[in-house]
Ligand binder design. Sequence first.
Ligand SMILES: C[S@@+](CC[C@H](N)C(=O)[O-])C[C@H]1O[C@@H](n2cnc3c(N)ncnc32)[C@H](O)[C@@H]1O
Length: 271
Amino acid sequence: MIHINEMPMDFEPRRKILSKISEQWSNAENLIAMSEFESAFLCGAIKTFRPKKILEVGVLDGGSTSVILQALEDIGEPYEMHSVDIAAERPFKKGVETGFVAKFAKEKIFSLRGTHQFHLGKILPQILDDIGGEIDFVILDTVHSLPGEVLDFLAMIPYLKEDALVVLHDVAVNQHEYHTGWCDAYSNAALFSAVTAEKFLNFDEKNFFRYPNIGAFKVSTLTAENIYNVFLTLILPWKYLPSQVELALYYHFTENFIPLSFTKFSKRLSK
Ligand SMILES: C[S@@+](CC[C@H](N)C(=O)[O-])C[C@H]1O[C@@H](n2cnc3c(N)ncnc32)[C@H](O)[C@@H]1O
């Protein structure tokens, strides 16, 4: 089932944190890699589902990390948040730490009621056991190209709480940015289409004819029972081949419920 325009929107947390970080960076708006509409969808989901254990995969400047922290602080209840990024140094900004905006916000703006931890320079399967189970909210926003987010979702399933909400950014970037070379950025689009779950999409009134670029789905036992549909998205062309070490890590987390070995699969692809 797809819920259209049923996710309440919350524009406040982004506006609040922007006004504070703008004192530090005049281009603060550009340090959040989501539009105002997309941040409002994400914050509306947080406000509605009131998560306790949040996993963010894909940090970049840490703009959205700060927005999420503001949304969680606004709720005013205890929480535990983890932010994972493969890059310890912010891609394309030499000498700058990944997540620097959120690091600044944590030091100078918030006095956090909850806990927040960065896991930088790591991929998700390297850190899942430390993070542990009972995750009830995920924002997945990494490479957008296969195998990308599909592998991360397959790996994290056993760590998700039933009814966990998974928010996917850039579910339509392959269409919106087709002519700028992003036509193969469809990993979140493929995941969102294939997963068996209740789904949420809001259309932007100002841009009604454009398919939304952010979506969410609610995990249930049906999601796990039909996980093969997600696995089958990996039959679409891959943009890159993770290293054998990375594939072995993902395989370790998925072998219990997916019998086909990624490593064998990828060896065939690399010939
Ligand atoms: C689109 S940016 C994230 C933007 C951020 N969510 C925001 O809204 O401000 C993508 C980030 O994902 C990271 N990334 C790429 N592949 C990854 C992977 N396999 N695991 C974790 N992070 C990854 C990149 O280093 C980059 O910082």
